[in-house]
Design a protein around this ligand. Structure first.
Ligand code: FPP
Length: 253
């Protein structure tokens, strides 16, 4: 595993947890409510999860909020989700900042409307020195797109003569991803019973444990998060090795 990109420390629990927040639409449908209501309640679950994660000692929480594929949804739903991101940054930023949360956005930000881009840049700038917890919001994010952008950047550097093609290795490619400098997630949780990765952190989750829960995202609460962490605690992580104690110690170092 390349330096700097191995999963975070394996203490009692994972230090970096990533979540595919799924099931907002079904949550609403089951109650005869519009899908928008599911997303609104999803934002409440998101707020709750940030707080719970901090209290449970999770250092980095990455949330899949809007994928590059989500643009295919009806325009009204897309603009509702964009509005939720705006509302989240507008309304929650001060509180997150006060709680010492650093915010980072990953995804194709250059494709976002300037207003939205400035908003996320403001959130990052304001919270850049916070250390209590890192909240990574994946917005307009697709893993293949991220890897392709990283490859294009490296190709540009080679073409400009700043980099030798032979120097490109896992560490260098990692350093051009949106998640550069972040440890890989040890745990990826997906809600709503779906068992797919859906173009999320394909590179970074190479050695992650996956926990799939039937809980729909708007219902995801502290007990559900604790259950996922407990399940993670029961997994034996081998990183491609044989799982003997020495091997595990090297993997987790
Ligand atoms: C999946 O549910 C969820 C999303 C596509 C968006 C996630 C958004 C939130 C949790 C709200 C907060 C948003 C931001 C931008 C901060 P789904 O609609 O795919 O549900 P379904 O599979 O049941 O239809």
């Amino acid at each position: 595993m390349s330096q700097g990109q191995r999963p975070g420390r394996d203490r009692d629990g994972p230090s970096h947890v990533a979540v595919i927040m799924d099931g907002n639409g079904r949550w609403a449908q089951m109650r005869g409510l519009p899908r928008q209501e599911g997303h609104r309640r999803g934002l409440e679950a998101l707020r709750r999860t940030v707080k719970n994660a901090g209290e449970l000692g999770i250092e980095i929480l990455t949330l899949y909020s809007f994928s590059t594929e989500n643009w295919r949804r009806p325009p009204a739903e897309v603009s509702f989700l964009l509005g939720l991101l705006k509302r989240f940054v507008d309304k929650d930023l001060a509180e997150l900042h006060a709680a010492g949360v650093r915010v980072r956005i990953i995804g194709a930000r250059l494709d976002l409307a300037p207003e939205l881009r400035h908003l996320v840049e403001r959130a990052e700038a304001m919270t850049r020195d916070n250390t209590a917890m890192l909240l990574v919001v994946a917005f307009n994010y697709g893993s293949r797109d991220e890897i392709a952008r990283a490859a294009a950047r490296l190709a540009g550097e080679v073409a400009a003569g700043r980099l030798a093609a032979e120097a490109i290795d896992e560490t260098l490619l990692s350093s051009r991803l949106d998640t550069a400098d972040l440890p890989d997630p040890e745990l990826v949780i997906r809600t709503s019973g779906e068992m797919r990765i859906s173009n999320f952190l394909l590179w970074q989750a190479a050695y992650a444990e996956f926990v799939f829960t039937p809980v729909l995202w708007p219902d995801f609460d502290r007990a559900a998060l604790e259950a996922a962490l407990a399940e993670y605690g029961r997994r034996e992580r081998r990183f491609g090795g044989l799982g003997d104690p020495i091997d595990r110690a090297v993997g987790a170092a």
